[in-house]
Design a protein around this ligand. Structure first.
Ligand code: SF4
Length: 178
């Protein structure tokens, strides 16, 4: 069965496939970690007022029978730049993959040549992402297929220990017998 894929799943796929599977299964854990709280605060305070040049857009497309969905919070339509705001750059690979997913959806919607900027206001850092190249598109398509395979599994992917685990909402679930 083909599953819908959104930016959160893309992000989690690049962080932890087990987390992605659990999230998809609606295994919800209480999110009380300071990290999650701080992440929310950044969204609520730093960018409390969306500058006029940014538009919030929602995109849904059908890709080979798979529904792909995204809500882009800060799209600069004039300059064709997607801005994505994050708290920490520790999971930057996943952030980059998320922005590229947005660029892919925009491209599939006929808006080509869009670039991205990852912003880390707390760190006062920015990371530019160029418009998609052929190899980016291949990677995105491969990730979409791999995500489909994992989400269709009846079993939870194995625990792969990583430093990120300590801030993950599934930490207790994963480490109860460790
Ligand atoms: S605790 Fe670690 S292994 Fe478990 S879901 Fe979270 S990141 Fe993945």
């Amino acid at each position: 069965m083909k599953k819908n894929i959104n930016a959160s799943l893309i992000n989690m796929y690049h962080v932890c496939k087990r987390e992605m599977w659990l999230h998809h299964q609606n295994v919800n854990m209480e999110q009380t970690s300071e990290t999650v709280y701080e992440g929310k605060l950044i969204g609520e305070t730093t960018y409390l007022q969306r500058p006029e040049k940014y538009t919030e857009i929602e995109i849904s497309i059908d890709f080979e029978g798979i529904g792909l969905n995204a809500k882009i919070d800060f799209y600069d339509a004039k300059n064709k730049i997607v801005h994505e705001i994050k708290k920490s750059n520790k999971l930057e690979n996943a952030h980059i993959a998320q922005v590229k997913f947005y660029l892919f959806l925009l491209e599939k919607n006929g808006i080509e040549g869009v670039s991205g900027v990852l912003e880390y206001p707390k760190l006062k850092q920015k990371h530019s992402i160029e418009p998609l190249k052929e190899n980016d598109i291949i990677e995105i398509k491969n990730a979409i297929k791999a995500i489909q395979t994992i989400l269709n599994q009846d079993f939870c992917p194995e625990l792969v220990k990583k430093t990120y685990c300590k801030t993950c909402s599934y930490y207790d679930f994963c480490y109860i017998n460790e």
